[in-house]
Write a protein that binds this ligand. Structure first.
Ligand code: ADP
Length: 227
């Protein structure tokens, strides 16, 4: 579960109030879109969840961790519960698809035997079994996005954060990526998608949290065309 209580962020370098008094609860298994114009505070919210930055005031709980009181040494434990899909994929160009995914498991010291079974399984989940030995440069944008998703998924996080997951993908492939995210969510993983593409929201439905100048102005569940 994620809970924000009276959370505000002021960037000391500029004095900008990026978030004001945010109160928010996201239950395990929710599918949430975070929308808002550039500068609304979306990235700030996402950075708080991973403790990349600290709130100026207020309290934050994420996946059983109290971020306000957490010591820096415990941050890796928090981050192990979160999978992030970056807008620019962040794949390692010299590694194959298999190695890119396996690398994330090695980083958390997963047993070798488990890596050998888990990596092909997750690559299969995102539909890339026949591309496992390819380098990122040999893949289309949509396929690279799927590798990024596989990397975010492979350590079985409680929460997946996807930052504009379809920003660099052909519109025709957007649907497939959201189908995958919905499938992951159906298995119980909480999914937070940051997007300004409201077409997906309308099509897939879910909970929408809209930020405007650091305030939540909409927090509502929409049915979506797929129900
Ligand atoms: P969004 O992701 O919705 O575009 P951000 O969370 O990046 O919004 O930014 C919210 C506000 O905080 C903006 O006014 C932005 O200029 C400011 N801001 C973001 N990051 C920093 C930073 N590191 N230092 C100073 N100001 C920042």
């Amino acid at each position: 579960m994620i809970e924000f209580k009276d959370v505000s962020v002021t960037y000391s370098s500029t004095g900008v109030d990026a978030l004001h008094d945010i109160n928010l609860k996201i239950n395990d298994g929710d599918f949430v879109f975070v929308v808002g114009e550039s500068g609304a505070g979306k990235s700030t919210l996402i950075k708080l969840l991973q403790k990349e930055i600290d709130a100026t005031s207020g309290q934050i709980d994420v996946n059983g961790f109290n971020l306000t009181k957490m010591r820096r040494g415990k941050i890796p434990n928090l981050r192990r519960t979160i999978g992030v899909v970056f807008q620019d994929y962040r794949l390692i160009p010299t590694m194959t698809v298999y190695e890119n995914v396996a690398f994330v498991m090695r980083c958390v010291d997963a047993p070798k035997k488990y890596i050998k079974t888990r990596v092909p399984y997750v690559i299969g989940l995102v539909g890339l079994s026949d591309k496992a030995d390819c380098l990122p440069e040999q893949l289309s944008g949509g396929e690279q996005q799927r590798v990024a998703l596989a990397r975010a998924l492979v350590n079985d996080p409680k929460l997946i954060i996807a930052d504009e997951p379809t920003a660099n993908v052909d519109p025709a492939l957007t649907y497939g990526i959201f189908e995958l995210l919905k499938g992951i969510n159906a298995c119980g993983t909480t999914v937070i998608v940051v997007t300004h593409d409201l077409n997906n929201v309308v099509h897939f439905g879910g909970r929408i949290i809209r930020l405007d100048k650091g305030n939540i102005t909409i927090d509502q569940v929409f049915g979506g065309a797929e129900g």
